[in-house]
Design a protein around this ligand. Structure first.
Ligand code: ADP
Ligand code: MG
Length: 360
């Protein structure tokens, strides 16, 4: 089954004051000069689906300057079913609904959508901070593992509280340890899910790398953690790390400290891959995200490709589009370069100008 956005209405999000788009089920091209709102449009689509900004923006950064509230509504079709997502943001709160109701579990909301984004900052998947790589795993897991979204939230809450105790003037060891069972329960579950997912992403990333003309066998990814996967062993490890935690005034062990190590020809990719190789590795990881989402959920995500001409060379762009065409996924491509239209002859074309999106 293939998921397709059939309608998107956005208000007060970044520079998009009031935008309504009815995208083509297959292929859409958004053309506009820099600073007109192309990335913001894709960010809005992805935000409704993931409730996070792929630019790492905070809620306040997403709300349009001078407005109190941002709101978005999106209709997603897949097979026989259709779902309506709504999100409203103000500077303090976020409200979310699925089909007019507040979702009971995170997986109901996240699981009803699935999109994969390719954007220029993806180079940071290889070169940037571990946080971006953990986010890649989490974006997939919230959709396909029931309880994962809740585990992430509960873990973050317990971690914040424990760290607050560690930062106090005279931390009480019992007050610190009070959070350990929660951290052990959710932390070990998060790590188990991430390890299993990394095992699935590896062959998918290699296959994708082959497809986009990287020598695939040279890419490897591995989840790196110091935490045990068994909850009881994890709790004991937390207890053993207490002196280190007190010295650093923060919790040293846990999924928040983990990384995904990406290697290229046996060496850490960040250190050895060229600009072009880095780009191709990042792209392979996104294609792997797509493949695993499809395999685990039985639904093909829609794809958002930001700033295509500057991101990829022509040959790779052609291969990428060919691969995507074979998946029959819905495609949203933005570009400053109208010549990209030649690679997407059947795309519906939109113009993005000063925060407005118009057909043609
Ligand atoms: N919260 C906001 N409110 C209003 N405008 C914003 C906000 N955040 C960013 N912008 C502006 O929105 C414009 C569009 O940005 P962007 O979507 O990145 O453009 P493009 O991708 O087309 O180059 C930019 O001029 C940017 O400065
Ligand atoms: Mg942009």
């Amino acid at each position: 089954m293939t998921l397709r956005v059939s309608k998107l209405v956005v208000r007060g999000f970044r520079n998009l004051a009031a935008v309504a788009v009815e995208p083509d089920p297959r292929s859409n091209l958004f053309v506009g000069a820099n600073g007109q709102g192309k990335t913001s449009l894709l960010e809005a689509v992805d935000f409704v689906a993931t409730l996070r900004s792929f630019r790492g923006a905070t809620r306040s950064q997403l709300i349009g300057h001078g407005v109190a509230q941002a709101a978005a509504r999106m209709v997603v079709e897949g097979g026989e079913s259709e779902h309506e997502f709504r999100v409203t943001l103000d500077r303090k709160t976020r409200e979310v609904s699925l089909d007019g109701k507040r979702p009971e579990r995170a997986v109901h909301y996240y699981g009803a959508a699935a999109c994969v984004v390719f954007h220029p900052q993806d180079l940071d998947l290889v070169r940037g901070a571990p946080d971006l790589r953990r986010r890649l795993l989490d974006r997939i897991l919230v959709r396909v593992v029931d309880g994962y979204g809740e585990a992430l939230r509960s873990y973050a809450r317990a971690l914040k509280s424990r760290n607050a105790v560690l930062r106090s003037a005279t931390p009480d060891p019992r007050a610190i340890a009070a959070y350990d069972p929660m951290l052990a329960r959710y932390g070990s579950a998060i790590i188990r899910a991430r390890l299993a997912l990394t095992d699935e992403l590896l062959p998918a990333a290699r296959a994708a790398a082959d497809d986009i003309a990287l020598s695939g066998s040279e890419v490897s990814i591995a989840y790196r953690t110091k935490s045990p996967t068994d909850a009881e062993a994890y709790r004991e490890a937390l207890a053993r790390a207490i002196d280190a935690d007190r010295a650093r005034m923060s919790t040293t062990l846990g999924p928040h400290a983990d990384d995904v190590v990406i290697k290229w020809s046996g060496r850490v990719a960040r250190d050895v891959a060229s600009q072009g190789q880095t780009r191709a590795i990042a792209l392979a990881l996104r294609l792997a995200e797509l493949e695993v989402l499809r395999a685990r959920s039985g639904r093909t995500p829609w794809l958002l490709l930001d700033d295509v001409s500057s991101e990829l060379d022509r040959e790779r762009t052609e291969r990428l589009f060919a691969r995507i065409a074979s998946l029959e996924a819905q495609l949203w491509v933005t570009t400053t370069d109208p010549a990209i239209a030649a690679l997407l002859p059947s795309a519906t074309r939109f113009t993005v100008h000063a925060g407005n999106v118009t057909r043609g």
